[in-house]
Design a protein around this ligand. Structure first.
Ligand SMILES: [Fe+2]
Ligand SMILES: [Fe+2]
Length: 263
């Protein structure tokens, strides 16, 4: 990473939903790179293929936009053709899936350790993310000072508990999965940057990225309704974190929200 007075600047983009989400990344990432001098760009791509999963073509497209690491979550298995690429490409699936599940849950990119974890409250009952993270921090080699965690979870309490549990041991714990950005971006007492949810990058006329009417029908009828990507102006939601390279502590956290002019 280039040294700018001993800090590195990292942008983490919230769940990219379908084509509108990819459009928003393409539209805003170049100017954000310039404006903030970004050293590392991470994006959660679990909904980037039509709202469900990620394909190799879309992974290439996002890499061409200079997203350096793709994280994911429960939807990573939705497009089967990505599975053979999970080992070789800079794509993460949650680390705390049971042993022998394809793919990897962490990698080092541009001097930073990036980890993807998934919560268990109101979600699949996978291995304990807290103990998984303890084990990883004890054993991982190399172990850079700068450590960024994408915590993909539903419950605000579980997310904040992870933030506090890792406070002082990692540089940032940033929530994904709910697609609803929260206003609690903060630096915790031990120096870990935290937000409960980054919010989604996708269509603004939607319910968490999906076309509103079909989601409402699901709630009204209790029956399955096919979901499609929503409409409206694409929005990019992201978190900017600046980290001291020497200590690994966060010195700044900022929410970024940009709407495209056209839908
Ligand atoms: Fe998502
Ligand atoms: Fe998710």
């Amino acid at each position: 990473m280039p040294n700018k007075g001993g800090t590195v600047v990292i942008l983490v983009i919230g769940d990219i939903v379908g084509r509108p989400g990819r459009l928003a990344v393409g539209r805003f990432l170049p100017e954000l790179r310039k404006q903030y001098g970004l050293d590392l760009v991470i994006a959660n791509a679990e909904n980037s293929a039509g709202g469900f999963g990620l394909t190799p073509t879309i992974a290439d497209e996002l890499q061409e936009m200079r997203v350096q690491v793709l994280t994911s979550g429960n939807h990573i298995w939705a497009q089967k053709e990505i599975i053979p690429y999970l080992d070789e490409l800079p794509i993460l699936r949650p680390f705390n899936y049971p042993p022998d599940v394809p793919g990897k849950g962490y990698l080092v990119s541009d001097g930073a350790l990036v980890v993807n974890l998934m919560g268990r409250t109101f979600m699949n009952d996978i291995d304990c993310p807290f103990r998984a993270m303890d084990a990883l921090l004890e054993t991982v080699q190399p172990r850079p000072k700068v450590i960024i965690v994408d915590f993909h979870a539903e419950a605000t309490s579980e997310k904040m508990a992870m933030g506090r549990y890792l406070d002082g041991r990692v540089s940032a714990v940033l929530g994904t999965h709910t697609h609803v950005g929260t206003i609690d971006a903060q630096i915790m007492p031990g120096g870990t940057a935290y937000v409960t949810d980054i919010g989604m990058t996708g269509p603004s006329d939607s319910i968490i990225g999906d076309e509103a009417e079909s989601v409402i029908q699901r709630f009204l009828t209790g029956m399955p309704h096919r979901l499609s990507v929503g409409k409206g102006k694409p929005v990019l939601n992201a978190i900017l974190v600046e980290v001291d390279e020497g200590s690994g502590q966060a010195v700044k956290i900022e929410r970024i929200c940009r709407y495209m002019e056209q839908s």
